[in-house]
Design a protein around this ligand. Structure first.
Ligand code: NAP
Length: 278
C-alpha cells in the first residue's frame, strides 16, 4: 500500500486528501493519502523520520512551508529562489522538496484557451506566499511587466529584488490606476475569502480583453470574478490552481501523471459549496 500525506497545523481543512484519494481510486492504485497534524515543535522530527516512515512523501501547508524548505534539499532552481516547499518526496535516499503553486497557477490560467503572456503586463494584488510563487511563474513565462500592489509595499519590493526589474511595486492605494494596459489581473490576497474582508477594486481602467483570475476559491465565485464577468472579462477561478498544483506530487509519489478532469473539479466544487450552505 503506497501512502502519502499532508502536514500542517491545523490540517483538518485541507482538501488534498479528497483530490489524491480520488486519483488513487480512478487509476486503481493501491494507496492512501491522509492528513497528519504536525505542530511547529514537531516539524523537524517529522521530516527527520519521513525517509524511513510509511509515507513516500507529503504536502506541506501552513505554517510549515518555509521551515520545511530548510529541512530538505531543494529540487530545482525556482524552489531555491522561493525558499518554500509544498511537496516533499524521496529520491536516491534523499528528501527533496519543491513548490508546485506556480505551475498550478499557470496550468489553470491557460486551461481555458490560448493566452499570450510573453511581453505583456500582469497586475498582481498581494505579495504573500502565493503571490511570490505566481510572480516567479509569470517571470518564467516572459511577461514584460508584473505590477505588484500590496498593502505592505516593502513586500512588493522584496519580490523585485528576488525576480528582477520586470516587477513594479505599486502602493496599495494606486491599484486601480495600475490596471491600464493590463492583460492579466490576479487577486493573490486573502481578501474576498470566506471570513475575510471584501476586496475593494475598481475595474473601470482594465482593458476589455484582460483575463481576471482569483486564487481565492472559497467561495468559488468571488465578488471580483462576478464583477469582472459582468463587465465581459474572461474569468478563471482559483479551484483549478488547487487541483493543478497537486498533479506533480501525485506523479512523484504514485508514478502516474494524473489528469484534472471535470469530474474531479465537480467533486471539490461540491465540497466547497457545502461550506457555504447555511
Ligand atoms: P499570505 O502569505 O498570508 O498573504 C496574504 C496576502 O493578502 C498579503 O499580500 C497581505 O498583504 C494581503 N492582505 C491580507 N489582508 C489584507 C487587507 N485587509 N488589505 C489588503 N491586503 C491584505 O497568504 P497566501 O498563502 O499568499 O494566500 C493568499 C490567499 O490565496 C489565501 O486566501 C489562500 O487560501 C489562497 N491560496 C489559494 C491557492 C490555490 O491553489 N488556489 C494556493 C495558495 C493560496 P500584507 O503583505 O500587507 O499583509
Amino acid at each position: 500500500m503506497k501512502k502519502a500525506c499532508v502536514i500542517g497545523w491545523p490540517v483538518s481543512h485541507s482538501r488534498s486528501p479528497l483530490i489524491h484519494n480520488y486519483w488513487l481510486r480512478l487509476y486503481g492504485i493501491a494507496g492512501e493519502y491522509v492528513r497528519v497534524p504536525v505542530e511547529t515543535a514537531g516539524l523537524e522530527r517529522f521530516i527527520a523520520e519521513l525517509a524511513a516512515s510509511e509515507y513516500l512523501g507529503c504536502n506541506v501547508t501552513i505554517p510549515h512551508k518555509e521551515r520545511a524548505f530548510q529541512l530538505v534539499t531543494p529540487a530545482d532552481d525556482m524552489t531555491k529562489r522561493l525558499g518554500v516547499v509544498n511537496t516533499i518526496y524521496r529520491s536516491d535516499g534523499r528528501l527533496l522538496g519543491t513548490s508546485t503553486d506556480g505551475e498550478g497557477f499557470i496550468a489553470n490560467l491557460t486551461s481555458a484557451g490560448d493566452l499570450k503572456l510573453k511581453d505583456r503586463k500582469a497586475v498582481i494584488l498581494g505579495a504573500g506566499g502565493a503571490a511570490m510563487a505566481i510572480v516567479g511563474a509569470l517571470v518564467d513565462q516572459g511577461m514584460g511587466e508584473i505590477a505588484v500592489a500590496n498593502r505592505t509595499l516593502e513586500r512588493s519590493g522584496q519580490l523585485r529584488e528576488k525576480f528582477g526589474s520586470a516587477i513594479k511595486p505599486v502602493p496599495w492605494q494606486n491599484r486601480n490606476e495600475a490596471l491600464s494596459e493590463c492583460a492579466v489581473l490576479v487577486n493573490a490576497t486573502s481578501l474576498g475569502m470566506k471570513g475575510q474582508p471584501p476586496l475593494d477594486i475598481d475595474l473601470s481602467r482594465l482593458p476589455a480583453a484582460a483575463v481576471v483570475t482569483d486564487i481565492v476559491y472559497s467561495p468559488l465565485r468571488t465578488a471580483l470574478l462576478s464583477d469582472a464577468a459582468r463587465r465581459g472579462h474572461p474569468t478563471v477561478n482559483g479551484l483549478g490552481m488547487l487541483l493543478h498544483q497537486a498533479v506533480r506530487g501525485f506523479e512523484l509519489w504514485f508514478g502516474k501523471r494524473p489528469e484534472v478532469t471535470p469530474a474531479l473539479y465537480d467533486l471539490i466544487a461540491r465540497d466547497i459549496d457545502a461550506d457555504h450552505t447555511p
